[in-house]
Each structure stands twice: as C-alpha cells, then as structure tokens.
Design a protein around this ligand. Structure first.
Ligand SMILES: [Zn+2]
Length: 345
C-alpha cells in the first residue's frame, strides 16, 4: 500500500509502497478514506515535535476510514465500522507503537497516522461514527474542527455577543470562525497576511477581515466597530510577530488562547506587559487541542451536523490525492490554503 513517508527532516515526503505488519494487542487496521493536513505536520517535517530521531516515519493525525481488521483485545470498534481517526486519546486500549516495513526494514510510526492508504492505529485513536457521516466531516473531526469547537467552548468560554479575533485564517482558523459563529460571537474578526483568505473568512461568518501587514489592527477595529480591544483572541499561527502584535489588544476580562505553537527555543516578547493588569484579570493560555475529548465530543458533533446546526460548507478549500501531497504541504506552509483534504480512493 502507498504511504507518504518522512525520510529526512526538512525534505519533501516520499510517496512509496510500505508493507503492513500483523496487528498486535489493541491495534486497529483502518482503510483510510480521507485525511486533513494540519499545521502539526509542518512542525514534524521540520523535526520540531521531538520526532527527528524516529525518521523515516509516517505522518498525519486527522482522518476518516473504515475498519478492516482488529487486533486482540479491541472491543470498541469492529470490521466495517466507519471511524474518525484522531490524535487525542479517546476510550479504549493504548497499544504499542505500530510498525511497517519500508525498503525491507521495520519502521515505527505514531499511534495515529493518516497519510497512507491503510493505517495501523491504537484503539483509543479511533471513534466509530454512523456510516452516513460525510467523509470530510469525519476527517475534520479528527483534529481541526474538534480543536476549534473545544477551543471556543472549553478554553475561551466564549459568551453570546463577545468579540473574538482569530489570528490566522488557515486550516484551523477557518474552523474557529465556524465555531465562533456557532457560539454567537460578535464581532468575529479574522486576521491574516494574505488577502485571498478574505473571501473564505467572510463566507464562513467573519464580520471583518484585516490584513495585518497592510492595516493597523486596532485602527481597523475602531473604524468598523468602535472598539480597540477584543474579549477573546485565538492565535493559530505561532508566529512571533503575530503574537506580539495581538496580545496588547486584549480587553479587561480578555482571554488569549494560543493554539499555534512557536518553534522550540523561540522567544516572544510581551510588549507593554503592564496592560495585563489593566483589567479584571486577563488570561493567556496555551491549549492542548482545545481539550478535545474524542469519545464524548465526536458523537454530539456528528448529531449537531446532522441536525443542520454545525455546517462545514467552505471549510475545505482544496481536495487532492496522496501523490500530490508535497504540493499541498507547500500550499499550507506558504499560507495559500485553508483546510486541504487528501482523498485516498
Ligand atoms: Zn492537528
């Protein structure tokens, strides 16, 4: 079966044949139908996730698939089930690291990978969903959409009519705009440095798009809404300049949620840190996947979608095949794409 392999740090992925191995205790073999590409994979390609010593290895952490086989001990899913493939731990067995054979040698992978036609994953990284769950929803629930909903609900504790600024209208940013709209935030402000993100951001529910390289953010807020601060900032880029320029825009009871991770070793300067004491207790928080709890959250999100309340229209901007993955990763890296979906079949 074909898989995208990270052979060397900071290099394009190799799409090549990889052999599966026998399932061990608590492992599940999944035929992958679709996978999203997440910013975390860019960090892995750069060797910034503590993964450099494990190359060559497989990648990907949000997917949709069909269970092909289960190992000893697996009880939560069975052959034929449609599943969300997620990086956060759900219920079930935490298996050993899966193995594959590549060029005659055994290689290990993480407990969830999705950039392959088939993946061996740990039981606690898959959650069964109804067969009629659309593939793109199923894949997005593996990370991007679920992280966004959790960030808004659990971390930002956004209240109706609070203002929110989403920094970075990329793959996670577009899901956050959807989630903020669902929570009746107002206004929803999308910040990016690429003008072509504007149309998608506004379609998804943002009330204002600001190009931070062309406009002063506070002035643009003043002009559009008569405010110079916001209740919630969700930062998705991990970019030093983006963090430093948006931290001072936090309102008195504001919450600043960091989703995008700065590179290891990088420093961020907190400009005029005194302003943090100017309110009722401003907060800065680094989130872990929006506290997404797969076994509990995925079923209710699927129901919400089926009821027409959670729609994902316009979230996916590109659909590709596995062989096009390096071009797609370049699009994500250069800020050209929102969510990209790899369709395996
Ligand atoms: Zn992710």
């Amino acid at each position: 079966m074909k898989a995208a392999i990270l052979e060397n740090i900071d290099s394009p992925l190799t799409v090549a044949d990889v052999e599966l191995t026998d399932l061990s205790f608590g492992q599940v073999l999944v035929k992958v139908l679709a996978s999203g590409i997440c910013g975390a994979q860019l960090l892995e390609i750069g060797g910034h996730k503590g993964n450099a010593k494990f190359v060559p290895h497989l990648l990907g952490h949000e997917g949709c698939g069909i269970v092909e086989d289960v190992g000893v001990g697996v009880t939560r899913v069975k052959k034929g089930d449609k599943v969300v493939m997620h990086w956060r731990k759900g219920e079930g067995i935490e298996s050993d690291f899966p193995s594959y054979v590549y060029k005659g040698k055994t290689i290990k992978s993480g407990k969830i990978t999705t950039f392959s036609e088939y993946s061996i994953v740990s039981e606690n990284r898959v959650t069964a969903v109804p067969q009629d769950t659309p593939n793109e929803l199923c894949a997005l629930l593996g990370c991007g959409l679920s992280t966004a909903l959790g960030t808004i609900n659990e971390e930002a504790e956004l209240k109706f009519g609070e203002s929110i600024m989403i920094v970075g209208a990329g793959g996670l940013g577009v899901n956050l705009i959807k989630a903020a709209k669902l929570a009746s935030a107002y206004p929803i402000i999308a910040i990016d440095i690429h003008d072509h993100k504007k149309e998608v951001a506004l379609q998804l529910g943002a009330h204002l798009f600001i190009n931070a390289q062309k406009e002063n953010i506070a002035d643009a807020l003043q002009k559009a809404f008569g405010i110079r601060e916001v209740d919630v900032v969700v930062e998705t880029s991990g970019n030093k300049t983006a963090v430093e320029s948006t931290l001072p825009l936090l309102a008195g009871s504001g919450r600043y949620i960091m989703v995008g991770q700065p590179k290891p070793g990088e420093s961020i300067e907190h400009v005029n840190a005194h302003h943090m004491f100017g309110g009722e207790g401003k907060m800065i928080k680094a989130t872990q996947g929006g506290q997404f709890s797969p076994s509990k959250d995925i079923p209710r999100y699927v129901r919400l979608h089926k009821a027409g309340i959670l729609n994902i229209d316009n979230v996916i901007t590109h659909r590709i095949t596995l062989s096009e993955i390096n071009d797609a990763i370049d699009l994500v890296r250069n800020g050209q794409a929102s969510r990209i979906l790899i369709e395996m079949a």
